[in-house]
Design a protein around this ligand. Structure first.
Ligand SMILES: [Fe+2]
Ligand SMILES: [Fe+2]
Length: 258
């Protein structure tokens, strides 16, 4: 079976770009499951029930998130109700939402786990311990992990930690795609960061002049989502009968005008 993972969809331009790019992607890659990181889907920061539904309408089957998941208060209740949107599992247990889910795809039970890095980010438990605990109890034929983390060292380490135990580890959060996609020796597909789905005329999705002003003046700034030159970025993994990866292919394409 094939899984398409799509990196952080940024705002309306990202959502519309994903929607416009999906028909051709379905045609070329024929994914059985589409996982989308939606932590930036609402106005560039956070997610709401409405933007989650927009991503589902655009073709997502499961949505993962990250450090911006709790930005919009109105999503908390939705996170508790849905089993199709996950937030980092290593956040406090009592927080809204769940850290993993199991869905049916390609005739198999597919687990999706969302983890947050601990280096430079706020977590309640280390992602390494958290994922070990989940893998002990999850009932799935194969497992995919969105590792939402800041530094490449921690991401690469997670790849080795999970090699041979999950089908794929997709890095997210930096919004910048890395050139290290590969299948590790024991059969886990890995990439440090798949990148984002949003405007490339931007600084991680934000209008360049606003991000630059904030960096140069060191003053608080109001960020706006950039709209030009939207690209979809992600990766496609082919999963074998053993629940491990045969291949990983990076996906980066300009969204057709929608
Ligand atoms: Fe993000
Ligand atoms: Fe993030």
């Amino acid at each position: 079976m094939r899984v398409l993972f799509i990196g952080d969809v940024v705002g309306g331009p990202g959502r519309r770009g994903m929607q416009a790019a999906m028909p051709a992607l379905r045609e070329s890659h024929r994914p059985d499951l589409v996982i989308v990181n939606g932590e930036n889907s609402a106005g560039g920061v956070g997610i709401t029930e409405k933007t989650a539904k927009g991503l589902f309408d655009a073709g997502a089957d499961v949505i993962t998130t990250g450090n911006h998941v709790y930005r919009h208060r109105e999503v908390y209740d939705y996170l508790d109700r849905t089993d199709r949107v996950v937030r980092p599992a290593n956040y406090p247990h009592a927080n809204p939402g769940r850290g993993h889910t199991v869905v049916e795809a390609g005739g198999r039970r597919v687990g999706v786990i969302n983890l947050s890095g601990a280096v430079g980010m706020k977590v309640a438990r280390l992602p390494f311990h958290e994922v070990d605990a989940i893998l002990e109890r999850i009932e799935a034929d194969c497992v995919l992990v969105d590792f939402h983390a800041e530094v490449t060292s921690e991401k690469v380490a997670m790849g080795w930690h999970l090699d041979g135990r999950v089908a794929a580890v997709f890095g997210t959060h930096t919004h910048v795609p890395t050139a290290d996609a590969r299948v590790l020796p024991q059969g886990t597909a890995f990439i440090s960061d798949v990148g984002m789905t949003g405007s490339r005329t931007s600084v991680l999705g934000v209008k360049p002049e606003l991000a630059l002003r904030a960096l140069i003046t060191q003053m608080p700034a109001r960020f706006e989502t950039a709209e030009e030159d939207v690209w979809l970025m992600g990766a496609v993994v082919e999963i074998n009968e053993k629940g491990l990866a045969d291949s990983i292919e990076q996906v980066m394409l300009p969204a057709p005008p929608g």
